[in-house]
Design a protein. Structure first.
Length: 221
């Protein structure tokens, strides 16, 4: 694969969660680096690279054509999953957008509560809002990890629908399934959350108490 179409660490982490042999839907695909990587390396037999805007699809089409994968990867204009039917994808990656938008995309998808569907979610912001939505709407975080890319720390969640809802402690919306005492990258991601909470506490004192609890969770309290 040409170096220009290699995914960065953020997308590589998403790729690690994709099940071998699954048909992929990549929502918000931009350059289509992820579906090209997965199809070219034999992980996925086919993929749909979807975006809400035509310009990213044009960039993605060039990537797909250069990789000679036009017979396996379809570029599709789609608002979230609205233009992708249930029988077209097994693993669904939604990456590169805010956690609240990811939650809305899942909520508006008629087949998101199919137990066989596997979601790989990478929120750029508001991961706590996404985890809150998942917990309260019957989705289980099977696994979660973090990585660094471009000097920033990101988290990726592997999620299935189970139907078991949970109104978890607010702290869980920030920690998810991360293990900061065992993983330095998890620690860095959660330290960023503490910093943001401290800033929010300047206007709302309750965020300060939450920051204290998160620091304690990280073993820094």
């Amino acid at each position: 694969m040409n170096s220009e179409s290699n995914p960065d660490n953020r997308l590589r982490l998403c790729a690690e969660f994709v099940r071998r042999g699954s048909r992929l839907a990549d929502i918000g695909t931009d350059h289509a680096y992820l579906p090209v990587w997965l199809c070219r390396n034999g992980v996925c037999p086919s993929a749909i690279a979807a975006d809400i805007n035509p310009d990213p699809l044009s960039r993605g089409r060039l990537t797909v054509e250069r990789a000679n994968l036009s017979d396996r990867i379809e570029l599709r204009l789609s608002d979230g999953l609205s233009a992708i039917s249930a029988d077209e994808a097994d693993d669904i990656v939604i990456a590169g957008m805010g956690g609240e938008l990811i939650a809305r995309i899942i909520e508006s998808c008629g087949y998101s509560k199919d137990h066989d569907k596997h979601f790989i979610l990478q929120p750029m912001t508001k991961s706590e809002a996404l985890i809150c939505y998942l917990s309260e709407n019957g989705f289980k975080i099977e696994s979660q990890d973090c990585c660094e890319a471009g000097g920033k720390c990101y988290t990726v969640l592997s999620v299935y629908y189970t139907g078991e809802t949970s109104h978890a402690d607010e702290l869980y919306y920030y920690t998810g399934e991360l293990h900061p005492l065992e993983n330095e990258t998890h620690m860095r991601f959660l330290s960023g959350s503490v910093t943001r909470l401290r800033k929010q506490a300047l206007g709302e004192a309750s965020f300060g108490a939450l920051a204290d609890r998160l620091e304690e969770f990280c073993g820094k309290g």
